[in-house]
Design a protein around this ligand. Structure first.
Ligand SMILES: NC(=O)c1ccc[n+]([C@@H]2O[C@H](COP(=O)([O-])OP(=O)(O)OC[C@H]3O[C@@H](n4cnc5c(N)ncnc54)[C@H](OP(=O)(O)O)[C@@H]3O)[C@@H](O)[C@H]2O)c1
Length: 398
């Protein structure tokens, strides 16, 4: 029986993780749950999974949460606010913490979980992208395992089982191409929020769905792969694969290429992050190559998807630049989702902010440096929105 704490339990990753737990009650038990705002769903999850502790980030919702479970025959510890989420992350005998919080809000809870000696099933990629320089040494120091739950990184991790140290030569990250893969570049000026939220293959939270449309999600995954697997950026490539059947590939020193395949279903990488190194039987639909039909590939179009280049540039710059890129993206996507800026402005805002940070960036940032850079970048996006006319082109910063 593996004990699990789940951060972001009410989201897409969270509910799919709970689906796995519900279907394997002899293998997994929930110790802690944490959510942002959704009291009704969190209360229902507490009823069903009976955690020892739960927290809601929105402090004003704590009384409603208490009331919603007042009739239960047991009462979990109930907390609220950022501090409550951190407490859940480090609490009790949970062996693994699944990080399904969206955005850099996941960073401090993830650090707390690592410092409490818990293994991390990492869905919340923003944590590693922003916090890589501090998170990686902590993993080493506390001797915990970082198990990728992002589908591409799980694919790479699965392919790497049995590959000796030094055997990996190149990573090929597959990308569906997002909502606009079949749109001509000229039409992107007309994109609406509803258009950007129509992902062709995956059903996910709103922020990551927009990131998939801009391909910033793939850019963020390049940085995530760099931190997880230690390859240089020149050895991490993106290839468009519209069917999302091959979840990613690795090339080995002898040019052999290994891939992991499956229907697009996030439960599979989540289950592997929880069961590794074991394989658990499931009754999920099995891959049928004939039904899948064609598996096709094309080069990514950097003109159409400038966010990829921005992410590579930020990754190569290192230091706090990935944190700045990530925070600028979070803020710009939030502005786009509330219809304050256009789709094309997302990349422009990010570039504006990263450009301005270039001279401030320093290598080996500590946690404070990263948190300060994150806050600065969010603020700077608001300035960027008023100056985009004077900054109309995507020219990658150095
Ligand atoms: N969805 C996928 O298929 C997928 C695939 C690969 C990677 N990921 C990554 O997994 C993470 C989650 O994505 P998602 O699609 O599951 O997002 P989502 O559906 O929007 O869910 C986000 C979750 O985080 C919670 N949350 C937000 N802010 C919080 C805070 N400050 N403190 C505590 N909880 C907070 C939300 O709570 P409320 O809903 O209660 O507000 C919700 O439970 C992201 O980093 C994403 O990049 C997702």
């Amino acid at each position: 029986m593996k004990t699990i704490t789940l951060l972001g339990s009410t989201g897409s990753i969270g509910t799919q993780t709970l689906d796995i737990v519900a279907n394997n009650p002899d293998k997994f038990r929930i110790v802690g749950l944490a959510a942002g705002n959704n009291v009704e769903l969190l209360a229902a999850q507490i009823r069903q999974f009976r955690p020892s502790i739960a927290a809601i980030c929105a402090e004003e919702k704590l009384p409603a949460l208490k009331e919603a479970i007042a009739d239960l025959d047991y009462q979990p510890i109930l907390l609220a606010g950022d501090a409550g989420i951190v407490e859940v992350a480090r609490y009790g005998d949970a062996e693994t913490v699944v990080t399904g919080i969206v955005g850099c809000a996941g960073l401090l809870p993830t650090i707390a979980a690592i410092e409490a000696g818990k293994d991390i099933a990492l869905a919340n990629k923003e944590t590693l992208i922003a916090g890589g320089p501090v998170v990686l040494p902590l993993i080493e120091k506390y001797g915990i395992k970082l198990l990728p739950a992002d589908s591409e990184h799980s694919a790479i991790f699965q392919c790497l089982q049995g590959v000796p140290k030094g055997g990996l030569r190149k990573i090929l990250l597959t990308a569906s191409g997002g909502a606009f893969r079949d749109w001509p570049t000229e039409k992107l000026a007309e994109v609406t929020v509803a258009d950007a939220l129509k992902h062709p293959n995956w059903s996910m939270g709103r922020k990551i769905t927009v990131d998939s449309a801009t391909l910033m999600n793939k850019g963020l995954e390049v940085i995530e792969a760099h931190f997880l697997f230690g390859l240089d950026y020149k050895d991490i490539e993106i290839v468009i694969h519209p069917q999302s059947i091959i979840h990613s590939l690795i090339e080995l020193q002898d040019t052999s290429v290994l891939a992991q395949l499956g229907w697009p279903d996030m439960r599979l990488p989540l289950l592997y992050a929880l069961s590794w190194p074991e394989r658990i039987y499931t009754d999920w639909e099995r891959l049928d190559l004939v039904k899948a039909g064609n598996l096709t590939f094309r080069e990514p179009d950097h003109k159409k998807y400038p966010c990829m280049q921005l992410a590579y540039a930020a990754g190569k710059a290192g230091g706090s630049m990935p944190a700045v890129l990530n925070a600028a993206n979070e803020q710009a996507v939030a502005l786009f989702l509330s219809e304050k800026i256009s789709y094309l402005d997302i990349a422009r805002c990010i570039e504006w902010v990263c450009d301005r940070f270039s001279s401030e960036n320093r290598s080996n940032p500590n946690l404070d440096d990263i948190l300060v850079a994150d806050q600065w970048a969010r603020q700077e996006v608001l300035t960027a929105t008023k100056n985009l006319e004077s900054h109309p082109k995507i020219i990658s910063f150095r």
